[in-house]
Design a protein around this ligand. Structure first.
Ligand SMILES: [Cu+2]
Length: 316
């Protein structure tokens, strides 16, 4: 975010100002004019309430936001071994759904969906549970898969049973590690069944393997923000995560805190498990670092997944 050119200009302007003050005390107007070349304002991010357009969407959705969706990972199986680099993901959705169903509205490109996370990569969106979701180009080795249901605006459901994780491994996959990361977008026609070509959702995956994650220990799963934000979408931007196997400080006597920092700035804390909306983003690239810490501020490790840094782009 530094702009060396701008700062040199300011230094130069200050030098000129000093010169004027030094040699001609009467030239106050000139001095004032030059010193108004102030440095660019720093980005100040404020926590703001849930925005009105989301409140409006919630109203239109009836009871859906009170749903308690329960996911089950049908495939890959826990500790399963996959031959080949394409991993078929199958999920079943149950629980108290109150009308909640994953579905992409073709007109808006939005809808309820599932966040699917291979290892600790950014999530991919899975819309049509009637079709398997393909993770393509998955590297040989051990992996984890994490899933949880999401609303159209990418806020996760946080009820018991919404989040699931399995470990599996890939053998003889021959995945191309040199492939660029997730450049293919979404849908692809697959002729798995020659009689009826089916549309599979799926994504090329980055080269990664599992951390040594203990499924019973406190686990922070980074979800949002992700990708590119444009116009009204970029103000405010939501921070959201899944937290399993423990409680945060303000959720009934928990001892954990989520610490985040934007662009390497001050540490901020989330003590109650809920999305946080931040307003005031400058255009450009930003980093978001999200850590799980204990009350002394020490990182609580779990296979490396409890400390995640992501980059997003804000376009205005
Ligand atoms: Cu989403």
């Amino acid at each position: 975010m530094n702009k060396p050119g701008t700062y040199s200009l300011i230094l130069f302007a200050s030098a000129i100002t000093a010169l004027f003050v030094g040699c001609n005390g009467e030239n106050q107007n000139q001095t004032t004019a030059v010193t108004t070349a102030t440095p660019p304002p720093a980005q100040v991010l404020k926590v703001v309430p849930r925005p009105n357009h989301i409140l409006e969407l919630m109203k239109q959705r009836g009871e859906q936001d009170e749903a308690k969706p329960v996911l089950k990972i049908v495939a890959p199986a826990q500790n399963g071994v996959i031959n080949g680099s394409t991993v078929q993901v199958r999920l079943s959705l149950n629980g108290d759904l109150k009308g909640y169903q994953p579905h992409k509205d073709e007109a808006t490109g939005m809808g309820n969906h599932i966040h699917v996370i291979l290892d600790n990569q950014p999530y991919e969106a899975y819309y049509n549970l009637d079709q398997p979701f393909e993770l393509r180009n998955v590297a040989d080795g051990d992996h984890t898969l994490r899933v949880f249901p999401s609303r159209p605006w990418h806020e996760s459901y946080k009820n018991l049973g919404a989040f699931q994780m399995v470990k599996f491994s890939v053998k003889n996959g021959g995945a191309d590690a040199s492939k660029p990361a997730t450049t293919n977008s979404g849908q692809q026609i697959s002729n798995v069944n020659s009689n009826a070509a089916t549309t599979h959702e799926g994504k090329d995956m980055q080269n990664s393997t599992a951390g040594s994650v203990d499924p019973n220990k406190p686990l922070l799963t980074y979800s949002r923000p992700k990708g590119e934000y444009k116009g009204a979408e970029a103000d405010p931007i939501m921070i959201d995560f899944w937290f399993a196997n423990a409680k945060l400080h303000d959720n009934g006597g928990g001892t954990y805190r989520v610490r985040y920092s934007i662009d390497g700035g001050e540490a901020r804390y989330i003590d109650k498990w809920a999305p946080v909306w931040l307003s005031g983003w400058f255009p450009g690239k930003h980093t978001i670092k999200m850590d799980l810490v204990d009350e002394s501020g020490a990182l609580v490790d779990n296979g490396g997944y409890n400390s995640t840094t992501r980059e997003i782009t804000v376009v205005k």
